[in-house]
Design a protein around this ligand. Structure first.
Ligand code: F6P
Length: 324
């Protein structure tokens, strides 16, 4: 394999640039020509592809976002779209791909390989940390720290005004961000999609706090919680509370997707980028490179796509114990 391409796809995540840098520099080191594809699969279809050099990735390790830009491509979901993408890759003589993204990205890569035989190694890039086959995904650590900083600030004002705050963090199907920043931020309750926290339980915890003259409380809600988003959960609670608590809702939203990547994310991204290129060189295909117990491992896309990554329920138990 002497020509490969790298692209970022799906929701961006801090550290993606560090991963692109590692892919490019590792390729150069091994004498492989490397191309960048802009805007994920959309750019592959449009032929928005350019040759990268060591210089193309100078001064990006510390930058959030992705210099290659990202997209969620509808056209790549069609056979015609994938056919166009294949023709573009052929024009450039590209024989292998490094896809930095999440499960949607890897599903597309699997279908593409079945139809056109272009091998892909994926690097897990998503703030959600919801991918089976790696302990951590690129961007997760930064997102947790961003959310935590916001929670700390909200706690100041919550305390000044004796208020209860419902803070919504990202995680459509995953409570990883919520648990981590909830614990670190000293939240009274953390609500996640994987485990149902009944409204009655939240009401009970708040009442107990009120009876102990607890002046303020923080409830972290993952956006995909079964009881609804933070605003919906807050409305349900208000309807059931007999005491007059002063309640506010804050949705952190896309602030969690940007910013300077933490040292952890930069190092993780660098290791995974290097691992992705070495994987392709060693004949890996349709696999995601991940880090498990600090070791590089390759997990088939079919498993990363199919298998859930369970949260550690003991952490939720800890939230309850430590908030009493
Ligand atoms: O990339 C993951 C994620 O940030 C989820 O946590 C969130 O639900 C989703 O992307 C938001 O996607 P978009 O930026 O397309 O609105």
């Amino acid at each position: 394999m002497n020509k490969i391409a790298v692209f970022t796809s799906g929701g961006d995540a801090p550290g993606m640039n560090a991963c692109i840098r590692a892919v490019v520099r590792t390729s150069m080191y091994y004498g492989i020509e490397v191309f960048g594809i802009r805007r994920g699969y959309n750019g592959m279809i449009a032929g928005d592809i350019y040759q990268m050099t060591s210089h193309s990735v100078s001064n990006i390790i510390q930058r959030g976002g992705t210099i290659l830009k990202s997209a969620r491509s509808k056209e790549f979901m069609t056979k015609e779209g994938r056919q166009k993408a294949f023709e573009q890759l052929q024009k450039f003589g590209i024989q292998g791909l490094v896809a930095i993204g999440g499960n949607g990205t890897f599903t597309g890569a699997t279908t593409f390989y079945d139809e056109f035989g272009i091998p892909t190694v994926g690097a897990p890039g998503t703030i959600d940390n919801d991918l089976y086959g790696t302990d951590y995904t690129i961007g997760y650590d930064t997102a947790v720290n961003t959310a935590l900083e916001a929670i700390d600030k909200i706690r100041d004002t919550a305390d000044s005004h004796d208020r209860v705050f419902f803070i919504e963090v990202m995680g459509r199907d995953s409570g990883y961000i919520a648990i981590q920043c909830g614990i670190a931020g000293g939240a009274e309750i953390v609500m996640v999609p994987e485990v149902l926290t009944p409204i009655s339980e939240v009401v009970e915890t708040l009442k107990q706090g009120w009876n102990r003259s607890k002046s303020s409380s923080i409830i972290v809600v993952a956006e995909g919680d079964e009881e609804g988003n933070a605003a919906e959960v807050a409305d349900k609670i208000k309807a059931r509370l007999e005491v007059d608590m002063d309640i506010r809702v804050t949705t952190l939203g896309h602030i969690q997707r940007g910013g300077i990547p933490t040292a952890y994310d930069r190092i993780l991204a660098s290791r995974l980028g290097l691992g992705a290129v070495e994987g392709l060189m060693n004949g890996e295909k349709n696999v995601m490179v991940g880090l498990i117990n600090n070791e590089i491992v390759y997990t088939p896309f079919r498993d990363t796509i199919r298998l859930p990554k369970p949260i550690n329920e003991d952490m939720l138990r800890m939230v309850k114990i430590l908030s009493t």
